[in-house]
Design a protein around this ligand. Sequence first.
Ligand code: F6P
Length: 319
Amino acid sequence: MRKIAVLTSGGDAPGMNAAIRAVVRKAIHDGLEVYGVSHGFNGLINNDINKMNLGDVGDIIHRGGTALYSARCEEFRTEKGRKRAADNLKTYGIEGLVVIGGDGTYKGAFELSKLGVKTVGVPATIDNDIAGTDVTIGYDTALNTIVDMIDRIRDTATSHERTFIIEVMGRDSGELALNAGLAAGAETIFIPERNTKLEDVAERIQAGLDRGKKHSLIVVAEGVMTAEYCSAQLAKYINIETRISVLGHIQRGGKPSAADRVLGSRLGAYAVDLLKEGQSGVGAGISKNELTATDFSYVHVHEKKYDNSIYLLSKELSI
Ligand code: F6P
């Protein structure tokens, strides 16, 4: 293998830049030519493909977002779009591709590998919902951002003796809500993996009030309901003053944590190794601090395991 390419796709995640840098520098170090594809799979379809040198990835390791830009590409969902992408890579003589992104990106990468393009995935999404890796790039930073925001909200909740409902990202995954809720000491956490009844939550809040508790924090994963809906529903069961806070895209941006930079660097370099070994159709990952490669076919059908003990612990500790 002499020429490889790298792209980022889907929602950006802090630490993607560390992964891009690692792919480019490791490839050049090992004597390969490396190309950057801009704007995700769109760039493959539209030939937005440029040769990269060592200096092109200088000064990015500490920045959030992605220097290669990202997109959610509709055309790539079609067979025609994917065929065009594969043909363009062939025209450039590019033999291997590193795709950095989340579950949607992995689905695209899986399809591309079926067309004969040697493709390796690097898991990067704040949602931490990819099977085959203990953790995804971006999750640690986003989790810390959320906890920092909830700490601030707690100051106001305490001062005003109010209940706050905080909506966090995570689409189909409760990982961010669950661990942010535990780390921030939230009284209640709603996650898509568990059915938590609003009546029970109202009862719990009322019991707290009866004991003299003045405020509470409720964390809601966006995949369960909106904070607004949660507030309206709770009002049916209990007479409390609530305020809502939707954290939104503030959770995705910002300077990557050291952990995400280390993870991005390790997985990016490992993806190059996998391509050099001739592997394709696999996602790079980390399991118990060991680098691993997992078939896209496995990642495609398996959900990342949700840890119910964390949910139970948060409940025990936040009476
Ligand atoms: O997958 C990452 C994520 O941030 C999800 O948590 C969220 O639901 C989604 O992306 C939002 O996507 P967009 O930025 O395209 O609105």
